[in-house]
Structures are given as C-alpha cells and as structure tokens.
Design a protein around this ligand. Structure first.
Ligand code: ADE
Length: 422
C-alpha cells in the first residue's frame, strides 16, 4: 500500500518512532481518554485540520487523537530544528497521517511545508508560533472564510495574533490555547523549566551547581527555568523590564539586576522573553571567557547572532554536537547552544509527555468545542472556555488518583452572599 502524501527525512525510521510515540502515550492519560471517546463519537468527522506544531512524540499522540475523532489531519513543522524524524516517519507509515517536516530543513523547505498544510484547505488550524495562520493571511486570504477556528499553542503566537486583531487585520477566529490555565501554568512553567535544562545538559554536560545563571525574562517560562536552575544548585539572576515581574522574582529569592550588570558575571545565559535582541553586542562585549548562551523562547531572535558573528574573529561550528564557539578579538570564547533556537527542542525532546498531555488535551477539546458553536465565531482572539479547562484539570487529577474536596452547601451559599460580615 502506498503511504499517504508526505515529505519526511526517511520512512525507514518509522519503527523507532512508533516505539517512542507509544512510550510517550503511557504518560498522556487525559489525551488517551479523549481519544477513546473521539473514536466512539467522531466529533470531528470529515473536518480538514492542518496543524503546524513541533513534530514530537507528544504531537504525534495529539494527531492520533484528532484522527480518531474523524478529522482529516495533516501536520507540518513549526520550527526547522525541532522535528523528530523518526516520529514524522511513523506518523506516515504506522498511522496514515500526512506529515511535512524534516529536521534541519532550510527556510524554503520550511515554507514549502507550510504551503502543503494550506493546500489541505483546512477548516481548523493549530499553530505553535502563528506561522501557518500568518501565511494564510499573507497569501491565501480567500481561505480565511472556511476556517472555523484556529488554535494557538504558544505565548509568542498569541502576542502576534493579538497584534493582528488590534490592527484590524485578523480574518479568522483564534482561540488562545496558550492562555488557558491548563496550558501555561503547567506547560510553560514546569515543561519549559525542566526541558530547557534537559537541553542545556545534553548539549554541554555541565555541572550546574555553583554556576551563575542569568535568566532573561520572568514570565511563566522564566519562572520555571529559574526555579529549576536553583534546584540544580545555581545562583540564579533574573533580568526583567516589567517592574511587577522583577519584584516577584526578587521576592521569590532571585537576584534581580540589569542585563548590562549580569552580563559581566554570568556563566550561563538563557533568554525566555519572546522579544528580539535581548542579548546583543553590548552584552557579548562584557561576558566572561567561556560564557554559555542559549534561548528557550519561541523564535531564534532573542540572541543577536548576526552581531556576535560580526564581533567574532573565528567561529568554530559544532565544537560538540549542539555547540558553536565564537572567539572574540581578545581571545574570549562565547558558546552558543542550538544555533540560538529553542534549546529544549533543538538539543532535547521538548517538554515531557505528562505536561503536554494537558496542553494537547486542551487543544483537542477546544477543537471539538469550536465545531459545536451554533454559528462561525467572529474573527477575534478568544479564551478557551472555562468548561474545557475544568474538564482537562478533572481528567488529569483522576489520572493522577488525586481527590479534592467539595464546597458544603453552607460554603457555597456564603460565597454567593454579600450580607454576612464580621
Ligand atoms: N513544545 C515544547 N515541548 C513540546 C513537545 N514535547 N511536543 C510538542 N510541542 C512542544
């Protein structure tokens, strides 16, 4: 039987990919429960769905779930360096899901793969970073009308989409899955927190204890990265532009200072701001010999690599698998991990399955919810409905065998009333 349409690195990798997809599935009980129900009820029957996501074992289990619900699904990569080629192969060979993703693909191939997702004429899209929906707005506005909803997985994507909404150019209803409590409170904090260090350790094998680690940005991802760095024994310095977040970092027990100061003392620098050129020439000029620099924000713009390239007299690529060495005129060396791309996916396998379980359960249930709406939503950015968040949290607690209390009637009444005082 000929495989479904695809562009992946090597179909012969499928058997290894399948083993790893099923291994991840063990840790995704909520998504499994949804898949079982979707198999029976087929709530997505016949719906064309294009997803532009990191092609990982966890994403594979989301695609299997949507497919089980009856959707006609297609997957392309949301980052050129995060694709797991064995997973891409297995989705095509073992699960009959079209995939367009090759690890290390160049820019042209990356956008050619997004075009394949657009040519699928989706009625639902799922993005991680808004590249798919941006391309639809740029080049295929005629398709916007048929799109019932577009889900966005990441903070950076939601920021882009809200900017489109504010400019009055958004043509498609968007649901900000990132902003759901069942997503960012867990995935951004505990997922990024752990997997960023996983990437740094796989890339460098360094001892973290005793190091001075500079975390740029104290959003949910920064909080996770900082707290896990402290757990590994580092002295953690946080840099921020937001006074409330800076205060929070200080009261959480971290050092807070301007990046210009931190640049002089840091051993490791991690950007998680979602902004451009956070680490730039003025900071590289101050760094110690041997400083390690990496990024865990969505796009590879947080470290100004072109500036570092201009400053360096020599660049030694791949001194070890994920590390490039930049030698400055005075002999100082700066080590850049994973080409400044998301280090947790470039050098490691991304967030653990157990946390992606909640993020992707939220995606699957939101897709189902969007199809149940009586009419097409207006082109705005929406929150995930509270009932979806509650359902995901309850299913996760059940899977973890954790019970919680209920309000007594008296307590419920107390919360509804305003007359009772001291
Ligand atoms: N983003 C971060 N980690 C991920 C993972 N394991 N799968 C898909 N997207 C991710």
């Amino acid at each position: 039987m000929s495989p479904v349409p695809h562009d992946v690195a090597d179909l012969a990798l499928a058997s290894e990919g399948k083993k790893r997809i099923l291994w991840a599935d063990r840790d995704m009980p909520v998504l499994r429960a949804i898949r079982d129900r979707f198999k029976r009820d087929k709530p997505l029957q016949g719906v064309r769905l294009s997803a532009c996501l990191h092609v990982t074992t966890e994403t594979a289990n989301l695609m299997r779930t949507l497919h089980a619900g009856g959707a006609d699904v297609l997957l392309c990569a949301s980052n050129p360096l995060s694709t797991q080629d064995d997973v891409a192969a297995s989705l095509v060979v073992d699960f009959g899901i079209p995939v367009y993703a090759i690890r290390g693909e160049d820019r042209d191939t990356y956008y050619k793969h997004i075009e394949a997702a657009i040519a699928h004429h989706p009625q639902i899209t799922i993005d991680d970073g808004a590249d798919l929906i941006s391309e639809i707005h740029r080049k295929h506005q005629d398709l916007a009308e048929q799109i019932v909803a577009s889900m966005e997985e990441t903070t950076t994507g939601v920021i882009r989409l809200r900017a489109m909404e504010a400019d009055g150019v958004l043509k498609i209803p968007v649901i900000a899955v990132n902003d759901a409590k069942t997503k960012h409170l867990f995935d951004n904090r505990y997922g990024t927190g752990q997997s960023t260090w996983d990437g740094i350790l796989r890339a460098t094998d360094m001892l973290v204890a005793g190091k001075k680690v500079v975390v740029c940005g104290y959003g949910w991802c920064g909080r996770g990265v900082a707290s896990r760095g402290r757990g590994l024994g580092a002295t953690v310095i946080v840099t921020e532009v937001d006074p409330i977040r800076a205060l929070e970092a200080a009261l959480d027990g971290f050092w807070v200072m301007p990046l210009a100061e931190a640049a002089k003392i840091g051993d490791v620098f991690i950007t998680v701001t979602g902004n451009i050129h956070v680490l730039r020439e003025e900071h590289f000029a101050q760094m110690k010999d041997g400083a390690v620099v990496c990024n865990s924000g969505h796009f590879n713009v947080e470290i100004d690599l072109p500036a570092l390239e201009r400053m360096a007299t020599t660049i030694n690529r791949r001194v070890t698998e994920h590390v490039d060495e930049y030698v400055l005129p005075d002999g100082r060396r700066i080590y850049v991990l994973g080409e400044g791309r998301l280090i947790n996916l470039a050098a490691a396998h991304g967030h653990p399955a157990s946390v992606m379980d909640m993020s992707f359960a939220t995606q699957a249930l939101t897709a189902e919810w969007s199809l149940k709406q009586p009419s097409r939503l207006a082109p705005r950015v929406y929150d995930v409905p509270a009932e979806v968040e509650d359902q995901v949290a309850q299913l996760k607690l059940k899977a973890m065998d954790i019970q919680i209390d209920r309000l007594t009637d008296e307590q419920a009444k107390y919360l509804r009333s305003w007359e009772m005082g001291t």
